[in-house]
Structures are given as structure tokens and as C-alpha cells.
Write a protein that binds this ligand. Structure first.
Ligand SMILES: [Zn+2]
Length: 215
């Protein structure tokens, strides 16, 4: 059997397993969705939001990209964010990075000139490195420096979220959602929270929107 055929076969087994436990499982899932969390994670195949938080399907709205980035002209992320905040009314947005991230590792090295699109993406992580170069280059060994860049990158992406008009409007009108920056340890399966920004957290004024007409 080809690996791709196995995926479809395993899907049938998975569906049957759920039906054996609860004959109405899929009817209920199709009918109700209680999404209180928007997850921005890495595309890495080892980090699945539902699985590592032991959460049933239907609870976490998920967006994933290389190195869990929040880039202010990424339409896929921004449209998912707008839907999560304005329509699902999520109470929490989680940016979850992970130690051993291939995107972070690649961004710390010299770029290969033939990787046109990847290089554009990794440039955003290089910008985070440049912003924290002094502190990062005090850290050795190299692996620890890389781990610290994973953490700093998550912190920067949480701030990028707070700088969006979508989040600032929601903070002004419904005092939510909370923003969380987490890092997952591939080696031990444990998530660490490294930053939390609640509604109303003061931002650098240069990034503030004029929301006087909303309040
Ligand atoms: Zn990664």
C-alpha cells in the first residue's frame, strides 16, 4: 500500500473509532463549534495544536506557517485573525513557537540565493535577530542562542498581533482577546508561557490606531 493510500484508510478507521464511542460524534461536531481559541503555530509536522493541548476537535481555530509569524501583509493570517476575533469572538489568541524550529535555525544562517520565496519569509525572522542581536550574541553555546531566538520571535509576533487594527478595535470594544506567547518543547512535550498581553496593555504609541470614533 502506498503511504498516501494509508492516510485515507487510517481516516476511515479514525471515523469508525469515534462513531463506536459516540454514534452522534460527527453530527454534534458539524452542528456546534465552541471556538474560544485562535492558534497561530508553526507548520512543523510535530506540533499539532489539538494534540499537544489534548483538546477535542472544534475548540481551536488554527493558522499555521513557517515559524509562527504574524506579518502585517499576510492576507491568509490577517483574514483568519479577523474571522477569529470579529466572528468567532475568541477570548484568547495563542502564538505558539517551538524549540528546534527549522525556520528559526535557517534564519540564523546565510540564505541560499535560489530560495526566493523562503528567503522573503525568513527575512522577517532575521529582522527579529537584528533587533535583539546584542543580547543574542552574548549567549553561548549556539543552541541556546537559537532557543532564545525562538522565544524572542514569539514575543515579537505577539506584539505584532497587538499592533493590528483587528486586535486594537476588539480591545477597545469588548476588552478582549488576551494574547499569549507560548513555546513548546519538542524534547519534553511541555508548553511554557513566555508573554501575555491583556486588553488595554499600553502599546508603543507609534503603533496605536485612532479609535476615538469606536468608544
Ligand atoms: Zn517550526
Amino acid at each position: 500500500m502506498k503511504p498516501i493510500e494509508r492516510l485515507l484508510l487510517e481516516n476511515k478507521a479514525w471515523a469508525q473509532e469515534h462513531l463506536a464511542q459516540d454514534p452522534h460524534f460527527f453530527e454534534k461536531l458539524a452542528r456546534e463549534r465552541r471556538c474560544d481559541f485562535f492558534w497561530i503555530g508553526c507548520s512543523d509536522s510535530r506540533v499539532h495544536a489539538d494534540e499537544i493541548t489534548n483538546t477535542e476537535p472544534g475548540r481551536i481555530f488554527v493558522h499555521r506557517n513557517i515559524a509562527n509569524m504574524v506579518i502585517n501583509d499576510d492576507m491568509t493570517l490577517l483574514s483568519a485573525l479577523e474571522y477569529a476575533v470579529d466572528h468567532l469572538l475568541v477570548g484568547h489568541i495563542i502564538v505558539c513557537g517551538h524549540y528546534g524550529c527549522g525556520g528559526i535555525n535557517a534564519a540564523m544562517r546565510k540564505a541560499k540565493p535560489d530560495q526566493l520565496m523562503l528567503n522573503k519569509w525568513l527575512k522577517h525572522i532575521k529582522d527579529v535577530y537584528r533587533l535583539h542581536r546584542h543580547a543574542l550574541e552574548m549567549i553561548s553555546p549556539y543552541a541556546e542562542r537559537e532557543n532564545r531566538l525562538v522565544e524572542l520571535n514569539v514575543i515579537e509576533q505577539v506584539h505584532n498581533l497587538a499592533q493590528t487594527s483587528t486586535v486594537q478595535k476588539a480591545w477597545a470594544t469588548r476588552q478582549g482577546p488576551e494574547l499569549h506567547g507560548w513555546v513548546y518543547g519538542l524534547g519534553n512535550g511541555i508548553i511554557r508561557e513566555i508573554i501575555q498581553l491583556d486588553a488595554g496593555t499600553p502599546l508603543d504609541p507609534i503603533y496605536e490606531y485612532d479609535l476615538t470614533s469606536l468608544t
